[in-house]
Structures are given as C-alpha cells and as structure tokens.
Design a protein around this ligand. Sequence first.
Ligand SMILES: [Zn+2]
Length: 287
Amino acid sequence: MSKIVRALSADGSVLCAAVDSTDIVNEIHRIHKTSPVASAALGRLATAGVIMGSLMKNERDLLTLRVSGGGPAGVLTVTADYKGNVRCCAGKYNVDLPPNAAGKLDVAGYVGKEGLLGVIRDTGLKEPYSAQIPLISGEIAEDITSYYATSEQIPTVCALGVLVERDWSIKAAGGYLLQLLPPVEEEKIEFIENNIKKMQSVTEMLENGMTAKEIALAGLEGLAGNILDEWEVFYKCDCSRERTSELLSSLGKDELRSLSESGENIEVCCHFCDKKYHFEPNEIKYK
Ligand SMILES: [Zn+2]
C-alpha cells in the first residue's frame, strides 16, 4: 500500500509531503519489466509525480513530468492526477549499466545529463502551464529541486530513493518534498537545511521501518509539525477502448486506409499499462 502524507509546521510556513511509493514502483517493474536502473529512474520520477500531483488543487488537474536527457532511457514520462495517482513510460526499460562511481545504480547514466525536464500542469485553462529547465544531474531529485528554484521561485528540497532487491523487485521506494510557503522567511531556509542534514537517505529511512508519516514529521522537526492529511496512492492508467480508438483515428488518412485495407486485425498497446486493444479492419474509419 503506497501512501502519501502531508504535514504542515505549526506556524504554517513549511510544508512537508512524504510518500512510501514501494508498491507503485513494484507495479512499474511488473508492467514495464524494468531493469534495476530503469526501476530506480522511473521510480524516482513517478514518486516526484505522486508528491507534485498531490499538491494540485482541482479534480481535473493533470500533471505531466517529462525528462529527456539523451541517455539510453529515451524520454521518461510520468502523469499524475490531483490525488497523486501516477502512470509512467520510457523509451527503453531493459538497460543494464555498471554502477556509478559511488557504487550506486547509475540513474544519470540511464537518463542522460544533457537535456531538459519539462513540467506541464493542465488545470483546464486554454493554455496549460508549461516550463522546461535544463537537467542539473539527471538523478531526478536535484532536477526537481532545481525546477522549483528556477521556475516557481519557491525554496523547495526534494529527496527521492528506490532500493532494488537482488531479484529486481523493489525493496523500498519513496520520497519527500519540503517547501517554504509564502511569505518566505529566510531564517526558515537554514532551519530546514539543518533538518535535511540530520535525516538519513530516503531508502535508509524506509529500510529502518520509518513510515511516510514519520518522514514527513522528521522534515519538520523543531517546527511542531502536524499531519494535514494522508491517503493511498496508486499506479493508475485511465486508458480505454474509446480513447484508443480516438487516438487511432488521429493517424494520417493514408495510414488509416492501408490499415483498413490490410484485412488484418489491429492491436494497439497502451504505453503506460501495456493493456492491448484489438480492432477489426472494418472498425477503422477514414475519410
Ligand atoms: Zn493504459
């Protein structure tokens, strides 16, 4: 059971959102048959998506995170709804890389470091909010932190972690985001930096049995943090036969005609959940 928890300091100046996303990242591994480094990269980005999605306000809000770093992963995409339910995909899942200099899974090697992090927030307005920033490290958490600093000018720290077992299943995954709320009090920045220094890495905290609630409160230590709310989050794809059919009809006329005239059944596979939809040639309409 993956769970998100949001906590607020007693004076309302600092927010901490934390998630144990172990089940979600296991689901990513199950659906996409990810190698350990791909599990770590997609797991980190999806965990960021859970947290950032949960900070949106309205039922129809939709968040998309897109990372294109030029590495073997291709483009990594995560979408999240306002409850923090996520789905994700990448260009390539079965990538094996040697560990990085620190002996860890080489997420930056898989993602690439030369490229962009895109954040799109569709709140139902004519033009969705959209920002792109250059990747800082390709390790995801630093890139999300940099996004908040450059695009939103909100002092924010994001930490993410995925621990992969020898059998490639996910032992622990999670993350937290600490954010100063306006009006920003400068002295709080130092306070929070100290808290972060005292905290172990996300995977260490989870391995030591800390819950998302305890992690959220650890981020607010000394600030009399209170839990605002908590709920379950899932890997969730909202694809349907109808939507897939709409997607099919957006292909070019010539392509649709040749599909229809081929006389063969057409299989369309959802990139996010691997669900397969079948269409008969006479269901393909073209004008
Ligand atoms: Zn799907």
